[in-house]
Design a protein around this ligand. Sequence first.
Ligand code: SOE
Length: 378
Amino acid sequence: MVGYAFMGAAHSQAWRNAGAFFDLPVQPRMNVLSGRNTAAAGEVAQRFGWGDVVSDWKELLTRDDVQLVDVCTPGDTHAEISIAALESGRHVLCEKPLANSVAEAEAMVAAAEQAAAKGIRSMVGFTYRRVPAIALARQLVQQGRIGTIRHVRAQYLQDWLADPATPLSWRLQRERAGSGALGDIGAHIVDLVQYVTGRRIASVTAATQTFVHERPLPVEEGKLGGRGGEQTGQVTVDDTAAFLARLDGGVLGVFEATRFATGRKNAIRLEVNGSDGSIAFDFESMNELSYYDALDGSQTAGFRRILVTEPEHPYVGGWWPAGHLLGYEHAFTHQVVDLVGDLAAGRDPAPSFADGLQVQRVLAAVEGSAESGTWQHV
Ligand code: SOE
């Protein structure tokens, strides 16, 4: 693994737990963690059980005990690390968004295609696909339970930047993160909507905004935030992005991604309305899915709350008895379960780098539309 901060911890627990709860065809071994700050990386390695720590990720590509590289760094290094790892014959799991630009994502897809010809596989970490309620939502849509889709409404609402004293971090710098709320959390709802509906975004019209242009430089890093000092620096990304989208098949979508929705911590909300029903989800109640069946008689029709914790529900069988709730980290474990299963079976994992590139193109179209004030094709 390269990187050891927030995503490094989320992925580490997944590598560690997947084989304990699920029957995996092969057991992952957590051989080596790479981080420039070896003291900090060493502490994470010890907590989670990585066998070794190195300061330079290139070293991973010279070792016989590394068959897969998990890229958990900020976006500005995704392309370089992933391409080098694929070219050296290692499978790659890369955090989202795939890259900081369409050009980088295209280069990553080209490397992934060349590697695939040699049986080397790649996946991008749109983890929320593996929340059981989201996977169930997709199944219901595929089964035709809501009929012909007309509307999708997707929001990703956080508030960790609402306080102007929250310090500057890499997520607020264009050269490190590519974009702001758009790429960090907007990318998730773009992927989720396309995953659940099976429809792709074809064109967008958008507005983005930066509310706080200057922030204190950090004196202490936190997972999101930390403490700032006297000196300040420029925010060079969007704080929020809102857009309308036309999807294939005549579906109209409304999207909003923000880190300024005071009181909303990690509210990923998705609603899909079809001719025969609707589904609705909110990550802040992530074990539930709301489902409305328009074919129910009007006397008893209404949204029903499905507690997605039955052993028949996607992924749930590996965990606890019904009603014993799952959390944020479980989706990362499911990601490892799926990836390891695919690698062992010689299947291409999803979402692929090509899926990541398509999301990147949507993000670029949103930025292009926000600048030009016109509809942009993806
Ligand atoms: C920060 O906004 C963040 O950690 C994102 O980077 C993740 O992708 C999201 O899952 C939670 O919020």
